[in-house]
Design a binder for this molecule. Structure first.
Ligand code: AP5
Ligand code: MG
Length: 198
């Protein structure tokens, strides 16, 4: 399997670049944010719990999030050529859990693609999307907390994966297709795996 993490701050383009990775590499997409938003939409018990965190821009507790990921992986991702993890892990305990989850299934993580975008651009992208789509956590106050939470709880993973030699830094500003080309070139260099279109 080719398993990669798309890592980056809120609004950095994880969802946008995931869509391209799925198309061009035939990978399976797991976005923990989308899984949670789907539960909220369907009004499930989990959705009610998730909403109380997401609406404030806080992270869902690790034990619950890890359990959800484990279930989704077994139901949807087994037997696929690989997985793009979008928005997971977001804490060191989640990163450790992902390593165990993959090892238990006889596979591992090939690379962590880090989309690096200046803070003012992140803010503008999310404010704009909030206006266009009405995504509930794209309000100025919640965006500010999401960015704070990212710096405190998630950003330390950058150094964690750098130490493991897995981190692939990518400039996430600019034209979407050009950013994807940088990702494909970086992945090929790191893993030897070629993109279908290259
Ligand atoms: P999640 O859904 O993961 O959201 P996020 O990390 O805040 O990131 P976004 O989805 O807003 O941005 P993105 O990086 O996907 O960028 P996108 O491609 O959309 O998480 C939401 C919440 O769920 C969390 O706050 C938390 O509560 C909970 N949660 C999720 N996972 C969790 C976990 N593991 N543990 C605990 N809690 C968890 O792009 C953003 C915008 O910019 C779009 O409008 C896009 O069109 C535009 N754009 C993209 N690329 C470019 C470009 N190159 N140039 C200009 N615009 C661009
Ligand atoms: Mg997203």
């Amino acid at each position: 399997m080719l398993n990669v993490v798309l890592f980056g701050a809120p609004g950095s383009g994880k969802g946008t670049q995931s869509a391209k990775l799925i198309d061009e590499y035939g990978l399976y997409h797991i976005s923990t944010g989308e899984v949670l938003r789907d539960h909220i939409k369907r009004g499930t018990e989990l959705g009610k719990i998730a909403d109380s965190y997401i609406s404030k821009g806080n992270l869902i507790p690790d034990d619950l999030m890890i359990q959800i990921l484990d279930d989704v992986f077994d139901k949807e991702a087994n037997g696929k050529p690989g997985v793009v993890f979008d928005g997971f892990p977001r804490t060191i305990p989640q990163a450790e859990a992902l390593e165990k989850l993959l090892a238990k299934r006889g596979t591992d993580l090939a690379a962590v693609i880090g989309l690096e975008v200046p803070e003012d651009e992140l803010m503008n992208r999310m404010i704009q999307r909030g206006k266009e789509t009405g995504r509930a956590d794209d309000t100025p106050e919640t965006i500010k907390n999401r960015l704070d939470v990212y710096h405190k709880q998630t950003h330390p993973l950058r150094a964690y994966y750098q130490e493991k030699g897995k981190y692939l830094p990518i400039n996430g500003s600019g034209v979407v297709d050009e950013i994807f080309n940088d990702i494909a070139a970086g992945l090929e260099e790191k893993t030897g795996v070629k993109c279908r279109i290259h």
